[in-house]
Write a new protein. Sequence first.
Length: 94
Amino acid sequence: DEWFFVREGEFDIRIGDDTFHLKPGDSLLAPMGVPHAFANTTETGRMLVTFFPAGQMEDFFHVASSMTSPTPAQMAAVFQAHGMQVVGPGLPTG
């Protein structure tokens, strides 16, 4: 599961087929196994994101941050190795 809490700015978050517009103080839960994406729709934004359970995501960020200029195929492999799959284009930004 992934929990989003907007601290500053505004974000669009798509969970499955539904898109939600969040403002500061809003939060939303994206259940594990349901495709989701988010985009900042303002010039600046800050969002707190929490993962349940956190272990695989911690390792994903460790591996991904150690890569220099990865190709889309290399990133897809890292996602897959951590139980995730990129299933479509991202959301448009503001």
